[in-house]
Structures are given as structure tokens and as C-alpha cells.
Design a protein around this ligand. Structure first.
Ligand code: HDE
Length: 686
């Protein structure tokens, strides 16, 4: 097969080989209708006379237009905006002791995966950098069938029972009377929901934290959220929670920066993912599990079936068991990213559910929504959704059925086909649900053990560093400050006083309502694992904007650029115009960006070189705007000798994260160290 057009072809796995069968390449081919007839003219409709009306018999026009008219499918009711990539999961050590799942048995075994990231609230055309929860949905194509771990980047959820999901989403989405605001929770109905459904307290603390404005998809965690079960080959069950830990650490945007990026580059996060994979900077996440013995079910002061609670890592350690690497972009976003259908109910033998009432409701919702979104019951046959193992059952027909099931037997049990397809015993790999003993009266009620809404909200607050606490206060002040109803604003601060009195009092002051009078939770514990202040900090793949003009010092600049490359830091040369810039020695650098096409918000750090340009006054002003902005966003700024005059004229003061070349022999290394730090929260920006 001709693969010259394909960006794949290396190390092909079973899923990749399967997808290859469906790829179509038009390059060099003749145009045909969908019926295979060669087309003679694709520009003019068939008319009666060159100036006459179009004819009904124009099958080519009708087919082309009809297909176009039906090109759209409904976007996802939540998580509509998303972006995905292919990759592989490699197991570090056998998990045989805990689970019989085939893909978790042998150290080193590889499983093809597809991972879709998403924003929850915004529609598919909204901006990437909205303050929102991010979806983290992984499909493992295992030899025992598809296993979907459909998670988020926050380890808990807003509500405890799936019954409330439509209410939560109705409140968060744009208000129905005026369809505003897009991709934002900063409005009355969301905060009215929060204040009147206080089980949301802990999740809202996470939503107001830096976690809800991740820098990119490569630097955020993922969580399975619910408590699942691992079942081993002896039938023993244990409780498990899943974690994805990014190798590059967990990093976030600054809110002001996120809002500017929303205009400068709506696709900021998907572009980062796409470009990183194209460049070979493959995003990596380690899979971790927290495991509890069956007997430990009631050991905690929270209910492990309550999805608004996490298991602090310091109490239940996370065992790292493997690594997922994203190494291939999709060929076609619609065919793959849009048509992929995840479902928490897609499990394999060895992984099972618990009675978490949020999880139980999800087990219904996903297939239900996909029946509409993907047009009928055959969406498992769409290439991206197909398992890599053989599929045999008696399900038949429905819209867009692809397989041609031969033979006359489509029922079980039968004798005409020797009672095949046959079922399998558990020993032969048949999925047998865990035989949990359940007892109780039918009731529409919530367990008392789900009643505490504030202890873990406070645990989260206690775990934050001072800058993270400040960001939470700022986020509340922004979001609640956009709520028109004074009563709702008051209800919100009256609710969050139970997390922290000082926090709620400052917010009350900022949003113009009375001081809250309630009492804060008495929890004093903290969980250092929850703070991003303790995350991994590496320079690799971060990006520096080089602000430069003619007449720079080639030795000085080239040495710095070499050092950046040595540490895997990327850079972009930003000039007055695209094209060559010349050093004072006549050495050229190529500017690939200008002050019109880019902006400091799109970089992790700046390297200010300056010097001369055709329109010197504008050049000077552009550089100052960028320095001031990067300074305000706590970013590292490296300053060449020639750049000092700009630093002196800017608002940036020499201090944390400002690295100057003058008199600094190991400037390059020091600058890289600052780049890895990413933000200098101790900088005085006012
Ligand atoms: Fe989802 N969720 N969800 N959700 N969810 C959907 O399924 C739902 C929840 C998550 O990239 C929908 O195919 C209910 C928690 C992700 O395609 C829908 C409840 C978590 C994605 C649905 C939840 C998630 C979805 C919409 C409360 C983290 C995007 C389109 C009981 C553990 C998957 C679709 C993708 C998508 C229902 C809560 C994660 C409507 C009823 C908790 C990552 O079925």
C-alpha cells in the first residue's frame, strides 16, 4: 500500500493497522461521485441554457449539495470542545495480584490508546483557555475489548448523584433566555446552583483554583474520579482509584493571561498538543492507582462511594504502574476525535464498578447520548471505536450497519449453528460481574455518610500555597463579581465561609455583600500532593519569545540560543517583520513571527535583545508592551546586554525571574533555570 502520504507507518500497532484499512487518499486520483462515476465538471450545475434554470437530473449537484447539507452532527451535550491523539500505554509491572485485566498482566506490554481532552461547558467553537474542568478520556484498545477510562483533570465532582447532572449542566451552560455567557461559569445560574446544592463545595474550590486554567494538556493530571474495583483471577475484589500524572508536572495559566490568549489564539491548547506531537515532544502521563482492601471500605471519615471526595495521597499512596505516551496526531478530526464514543461502562474482565450513584448514572448516559449523536446503535463499528479483537454476537441491522453478517442464525440459543457464537466461562475470559452482596429497601434517598460537604473543601484550601490561595480568592471575586443577583452573591459567600472565614470575608468585600457570619470547618489537615507548588519543574518543551532587531551581538545571542536548545527549550524569533535580521557582524537570524502575529502570552518566557528597526519608535513600544505583560504574568525574562535599555524603561524591576546577561558568565544556564521555574509568584508586580 502506498504510504507516502501518511505521517504514520513507523511502529504500527493493531489499532493503527486497523485504521489504515479505512484511510482514503485523494492525491493523484480521479474525482468520482459517491457511486464511482468519473466527474467531468465540478464547477457548474447542469442548466437548461447557460443562463437558464438548473435541472433536476443533475445528480452530481444534488449529491454534492445533499452531502454538504448533512455534514454536521450534534455536538456533545457536554465536553463539546475537544482534541485527541493516538498513543500507547506501556505497563511497568504486572498487576496480576490485583486484577485479571489482560493488558495489566505483563510488565512491558503495550496497548494502543486514543485520548481525547475536552472543556466541559463551552460549545465546540469556544476558546481553549476558558476556566473549566478538562476531560481526560482514554480508550485502551485491549485484546479483551475496549476499556475506557473516562476521567477529568480534577479528582472529584460537583454532585453525588447522577440525578442532578442535567440540573448542574443547565445551570453552567449559557443562560437559556439570552445564550450568554459562552464557555463560562461566571453568571447567575451557575452560582445559584452552587449555593443551593452545597455538595458542590469541594469541587468549586478546585474549579476556582489554578487547576481549571491548565497551561496545556501536556501539563495537567487526569483522574478516574469514581471508586472502581480491581478483581483478580481468584475473584478477590479491591477498591481502586485511577490517576494520570504528567511527566512534565502540573502547570497553569494566569487568569489575565488565559483571557488574552482566548482572543490571540482560541486554539492555544490544541495547537500545543498538535505541535508537540508533530515535533516529537510526545506528551507522557504515568498511570497511578490507589488501592484499598475490601475491608477498608468504612475506614475513612468520608464514604468511598461519594464522588465529591478524594483519597488523600498521603493516606492512600499512589502506586505508579505504567506510562501513556501520545505519539501520533489524528488524520481527520471529524472521523476520529468527533466520532469517538467513550463510555465508563466499557470495562474488561478484572475491572468492575462500585455503587457510587454518580458512576451508576453515567453507565446509562453515555450510550444513550451517543445513540443520538452518532445516529443509531452501530457506532461501535465506526473505525475509531472498533475494538481490535473479533466481534461476534447476534445484534443485527440498524442505521448504517457496516458488517455483513452471513448465515441465517441470529439468535441464542440455537442448534443450526452449533449454539454459536458461544458464551465463555469466567476462566475462559467471559466477563462476570462481581458478586457483591447488596441488601436494602428501595428508597429515593441519599446516604447519611454523604452529608459532609466542607471537610475536603477545607482540606484543599489548607493544602494551597499562599499564591494559590490568592488565585482562588481572585477567581471567586471575578466569577461571583459577574453575578447580577445580590442575593446569590450573598448566598455564595455564606456558603464558602464554611471553608474559610477569611477567604469568604475578602470575597464578600470584593463582591459588595455583607460579611458572612457562619463558621469555618475545623479541619486542620492538608495534603501537599494537591498543591502545584510541589510539582515537577522542567525546562523541556517550554517556549521562549526572542524580541530582537538588527545590530544584535551574534556571539552573545547564539550562545544563549544554543543553551536553550541544549535543554530542550524551544524559541521563536520575533522581529519587526518576518524575514532576516542581521547582527552587527552581519550574521543573520530568521524572524518567523512579528508583534502582529504573536504576543508574550503565547510564550513561557521572553529573551529581550532589542537593538534597531526601521520604525524604531514602534519597535521600542512593542518590546515594552511585551516585557510589561510578561512581567505582570510572573514570567521569566532574560535580558541581553543590548536589551537593558528596554528593561530600564519598562515596569519590570530587577528581581525574581529577571535574569540579566550583563556581568553574568553563566547567563544561559541561569536563564534556563528561571524558565523551568515558570512563574515567580514572589515578584512585586504592582
Ligand atoms: Fe460525563 N458525559 N457525565 N463525566 N464525560 C459525557 O457523553 C455524564 C462525569 C466525561 O471526550 C457525555 O459522549 C453524567 C464525570 C468526559 O468524548 C454524557 C455524569 C466525569 C466526557 C455524559 C457525568 C465525566 C464526558 C456527553 C454525572 C469524570 C467527554 C457526550 C453522572 C470522571 C468524553 C458523551 C469525550 C461526556 C454524562 C459526570 C467525564 C452526556 C450523566 C464525573 C471526559 O453522556
Amino acid at each position: 500500500m502506498d504510504k507516502s502520504w501518511s505521517n504514520h507507518g513507523k511502529d504500527t500497532d493493531a489499532k493503527e493497522q486497523q485504521l489504515e484499512e479505512f484511510r482514503v487518499n485523494n492525491v493523484g486520483k480521479k474525482m468520482t461521485t459517491n457511486q464511482g462515476v468519473n466527474v467531468s465538471n465540478d464547477e457548474d450545475s447542469l442548466k437548461s441554457g447557460v443562463r437558464g434554470p438548473t435541472l433536476m437530473e443533475d445528480f452530481h449537484f444534488r449529491e454534492k449539495m445533499t452531502h454538504f447539507d448533512h455534514e454536521r452532527i450534534p455536538e456533545r451535550v457536554v465536553h463539546a470542545r475537544g482534541y485527541a491523539a493516538h498513543g500507547e500505554f506501556v505497563l511497568y509491572e504486572s498487576m496480576k495480584e490485583y486484577t485479571r485485566a489482560g493488558f495489566l498482566q505483563k510488565a512491558g506490554s503495550k496497548t494502543p490508546v486514543f485520548l481525547r481532552f475536552s472543556n466541559v461547558v463551552g460549545s465546540s467553537g469556544s476558546m481553549d483557555t476558558a476556566r473549566d474542568v478538562r476531560g481526560f478520556a482514554v480508550k485502551f484498545y485491549t485484546e479483551e475489548g475496549n476499556y475506557d477510562l473516562v476521567g477529568n483533570n480534577i479528582p472529584i465532582f460537583f454532585i453525588q448523584d447522577a440525578m442532578k447532572f442535567p440540573d448542574l449542566i443547565h445551570a453552567a451552560k449559557p443562560e437559556p433566555n439570552n445564550e450568554m455567557p459562552q464557555a463560562a461559569t461566571a453568571h447567575d445560574t451557575f452560582w445559584d446552583f452552587v449555593a443551593n446544592n452545597q455538595e458542590s463545595a469541594a469541587m468549586v474550590m478546585w474549579l476556582m483554583s489554578d487547576r481549571a486554567i491548565p497551561k496545556n494538556y501536556r501539563m495537567m493530571e487526569g483522574f478516574g474520579v469514581h471508586t472502581f474495583r480491581f478483581i483478580n483471577d481468584k475473584g478477590k475484589s479491591r477498591f481502586v482509584k485511577f490517576h494520570w500524572k504528567p511527566v512534565l508536572g502540573v502547570h497553569s495559566l494566569v487568569w489575565d493571561e488565559a483571557q488574552i490568549i482566548a482572543g490571540k489564539d482560541t486554539d492555544f491548547q490544541r495547537r500545543d498538543l498538535w505541535e508537540s506531537i508533530e515535533m516529537g515532544n510526545f506528551p507522557e502521563y504515568e498511570l497511578g492507582v490507589q488501592i484499598l482492601e475490601q475491608e477498608e471500605e468504612f475506614k475513612f471519615d468520608f464514604d468511598i462511594l461519594d464522588a465529591t471526595k478524594l483519597w488523600p495521597e498521603e493516606i492512600v499512596p499512589v502506586k505508579i504502574i505504567g506510562k501513556l505516551t501520545l505519539n501520533r496526531n489524528v488524520d481527520n478530526v471529524f472521523a476520529e476525535t468527533e466520532q469517538v464514543a467513550f463510555h465508563p461502562g466499557n470495562v474488561v474482565p478484572g475491572i468492575d464498578f462500585t455503587n457510587d450513584p454518580l458512576l451508576q448514572g453515567r453507565l446509562f448516559s453515555y450510550i444513550d447520548t451517543q445513540l443520538l449523536r452518532l445516529g443509531g446503535p452501530n457506532f461501535a463499528e465506526i473505525p475509531i471505536n472498533r475494538p481490535i479483537c473479533p466481534i461476534h454476537n447476534n445484534q443485527r441491522n440498524g442505521f448504517s450497519r457496516q458488517t455483513i453478517n452471513v448465515g441465517r442464525v441470529s439468535y441464542h440459543k440455537n442448534s443450526l449453528a452449533n449454539n454459536t457464537p458461544s458464551t465463555s466461562t469466567e476462566a475462559k475470559g467471559g466477563f462476570v460481574h462481581y458478586e457483591e452482596k447488596v441488601e436494602g429497601r428501595i428508597t429515593r434517598a441519599r446516604s447519611k455518610s454523604f452529608d459532609d460537604h466542607f471537610s475536603q473543601a477545607r482540606l484543599f484550601w489548607n493544602s494551597m500555597s499562599p499564591p494559590e490561595k490568592q488565585h482562588i480568592i481572585n477567581a471567586f471575586s471575578f466569577e461571583v463579581g459577574k453575578v447580577n443577583s445580590q442575593s446569590v452573591r450573598q448566598q455564595v459567600v455564606d456558603m464558602f465561609v464554611h471553608v474559610d472565614k477569611e477567604m469568604a470575608t475578602i470575597i464578600a468585600h470584593n463582591v459588595g455583600v455583607n460579611k458572612p457570619t457562619g463558621e469555618q470547618s475545623t479541619v486542620t489537615a492538608s495534603s501537599p500532593a494537591l498543591s502545584q507548588a510541589n510539582t515537577i519543574k522542567l525546562p523541556q518543551t517550554l517556549k521562549v519569545g526572542v524580541l530582537i532587531g538588527n545590530g544584535f551581538d551574534a556571539t552573545e545571542v547564539n550562545n544563549v540560543l544554543k543553551t536553550l536548545t541544549k535543554y530542550g527549550v524551544r524559541y521563536s524569533i520575533i522581529g519587526e517583520r518576518i524575514g532576516a535580521i542581521e547582527s552587527k557582524e552581519g550574521v543573520q537570524l530568521m524572524a518567523n513571527e512579528t508583534y502582529l502575529t504573536t504576543d508574550s502570552v503565547l510564550f513561557d518566557a521572553l529573551y529581550v535583545v532589542g537593538v534597531s528597526a526601521d520604525n524604531q519608535a514602534k519597535f521600542n513600544q512593542d518590546i515594552l508592551i511585551n516585557i510589561n505583560q510578561a512581567f505582570r504574568h510572573y514570567k521569566p525574562i532574560g535580558v541581553a546586554r543590548t536589551g537593558m535599555q528596554f528593561l530600564n524603561e519598562s515596569n519590570a524591576k530587577i528581581g525574581p525571574g529577571i535574569v540579566v546577561q550583563t556581568g553574568n558568565a553563566d547567563f544561559g544556564e541561569k536563564f534556563v533555570e528561571a524558565i523551568a521555574t515558570q512563574r515567580f509568584w514572589n515578584r512585586d508586580i504592582y
